[in-house]
Design a protein around this ligand. Sequence first.
Ligand code: NI
Ligand code: MN
Length: 225
Amino acid sequence: MNFTFYGHSCFSIEVGGKKLLFDPFITGNELAKDIDINSIEADFILLSHGHGDHVGDLVSIAKRTGAQVIGMYETINWVQAQGVENCHGMNYGAFDFPFGNARLVPAWHSSGLPDGSYGGNPGGWLIKTAEGNFYFAGDTCLSMEMQLIPRYAKVDFAILPIGGNFTMNVEDAVIAAEFIQCNKIVGVHFDTFGYIKIDHDTARKTFSGAGLHLVLPAIGETISL
Ligand code: NI
Ligand code: MN
């Protein structure tokens, strides 16, 4: 599967000929200033929660691409109120989409929308497809709920927040990798703000010391996972 990083927790995964975009937040991210958001294609946009650093560019990209926006029911109510018509609200549960099975799973965090609307509970995504399976934790601390992930699927790779302060840090993410039984981790939610700046070499070494591989993609980079 091709994985393209757009900075912070925004990335796109191409699977089964469909482009899945997660947590679009680009123009508010100084580190992603070289990304042209009008060049981003999407067939589906999946949201982990309603915070501005996850939905900042959602409305413009959704309206331009016509992509279907999928997320927690209350977050989707806000998306619809912004004039985005092609939406699919869920709660913690799974549904078969044209790209595969998407399960909204718990995250320990909060989820208010930029205008103060209630976003419902925050989540992460377990995506099962014919080409493989992956897990995106969203914004969360380390959670025992992650131990359920391998009961549902063997994940080929996982996208985990590693910046600390608002989410897991590197040490937490190493334990999360053990919980989900996955040794290929893509780190996200780091460096964007002062509180979440990390040392990349230390992060990589911490993972390799635990027998795990940490990928820290550059913004704009596409890698095969
Ligand atoms: Ni958040
Ligand atoms: Mn966040």
